[in-house]
Design a protein around this ligand. Structure first.
Ligand SMILES: [Mn+2]
Length: 361
């Protein structure tokens, strides 16, 4: 076995979780979970983990790449279809309690799996691998930190460049170019650059609008560095802020800061969301903060857990999550301030360091 395979702990973490849940096998189909567990993400394939071994099944196109990249599992290259392989290969027979990813396996696949494995009891689960992946190893934290560093460098250059007359879409192109120039493989999501009234749309697409004096301009950008994402939002004002702009900005900033002060391991994400939401609600803007407070960040920019009033999830040490309250007033504009934090026992570490006092350009 290769040394790098011996160091690979991720499949073992899932096996430990399987023991706790008394599961005899775990069938993995979600691409990002395959990537996390086995270090490889083909466009087609699956993995099966048993208590003492694992297989990674993919097709001929990935034969060489899979043999080079896959960790923690034996690679099986199928020649027909994935379904044929499942049906014919006796090494893939399943018995006992078999966990499946209820929110990612297609009905088609589920039916096939059931018919080929009549002695297996399929158990639909969600977020098992996702929760393991949410607690980051030190090397993963270093990669996220580097992704953040690159995005903050780009963001500060964008601030230096901002002036009336520039088109949102052109700024988005600059962000993409600079992310790559500074060592990222690309953006972790399509940059959101929203000016004026568009800043009231939390997921605005950068368009042909030109920045004007008096605008709020929101940049929500992130990159991928060695497979790990960053996700940062800052809102700036072009010219001098009006009293209302300053009031809304300060409100969102207070919500962001109070949530950061409250975040710690053992806390329910629901309660953390509430810390920020209560401040905004008390000021009369609760209905203008229509999304959750944050989400996990890792190999995907929107990862487990969601930090929201809609779900309960216990925060654990070394989860990396965003804190991104916002207030959006249709026809007027909006503000969002987003940081990436690492959950620790008794508190958190703020991984982003870009200034948060209102910058007037
Ligand atoms: Mn985000």
């Amino acid at each position: 076995m290769r040394a790098r395979t011996r160091d690979w702990k991720r499949v073992a973490k899932l096996q430990a979780e399987m023991r706790r849940r008394k599961v005899d096998a775990f069938f993995v189909v979600r691409a990002s979970n395959l990537h996390y567990l086995f270090n490889f993400m083909p466009s087609s394939g699956f993995g099966i983990v048993w208590p003492d071994h694992a297989v990674f099944v993919t097709d001929f196109r990935y034969e060489t790449a899979a043999h080079n990249a896959v960790r923690g599992a034996k690679v099986i290259i199928h020649r027909g279809t994935l379904m044929d392989e499942l049906k014919k290969n006796r090494h893939l027979r399943l018995e006992g309690k078999v966990a499946i990813e209820a929110d990612h396996m297609t009905v088609d696949f589920f039916e096939a799996l059931k018919s080929f494995n009549q002695h297996a009891q399929l158990q639909p689960l969600i977020n098992v691998v996702e929760e393991i992946a949410a607690c980051k190893e030190l090397e993963e934290l270093a990669k996220i930190q580097q992704a953040i560093k690159i995005t903050e460098r780009v963001l500060s250059e964008m601030v230096g460049m901002l002036r009336p007359g520039l088109m949102e879409a052109d700024l988005a192109t600059e962000v993409r170019y600079r992310h790559r120039k500074y060592g990222a493989t690309g953006d972790s999501f399509d940059a959101i650059i929203a000016s004026g009234k568009n800043s009231a749309l939390p997921h605005a697409e950068p368009g042909k609008r030109k920045i004007q004096k008096g605008d709020f301009v929101t940049f929500d950008i992130g990159c991928v560095y060695e497979g790990y994402a960053s996700d940062i939002t800052r809102t700036f004002v072009i010219g001098k802020a009006t009293p209302k702009q300053r009031k809304i900005y300060d409100l969102v900033l207070r919500a962001n800061q109070k949530a950061i002060r409250a975040a710690k391991a053992g806390m329910d994400g629901y309660d953390l969301d509430k810390v920020a939401r209560d401040i905004i609600t008390k000021a009369g803007y609760g209905r203008k903060f229509g999304h959750g407070l944050g989400h996990g960040v890792g190999m995907e920019v929107h990862a487990f857990p969601r930090v929201s009033r809609l779900v309960h999830t216990k925060l654990k040490p070394n989860m990396v999550i965003t804190i991104e309250p916002g207030v959006y007033i249709p026809g007027w504009g909006g503000v969002r301030i987003e940081d990436d934090i690492r959950i620790k026992r008794g508190g958190c570490e703020v991984m982003t360091s870009f200034p948060k006092e209102l910058i007037e350009i």
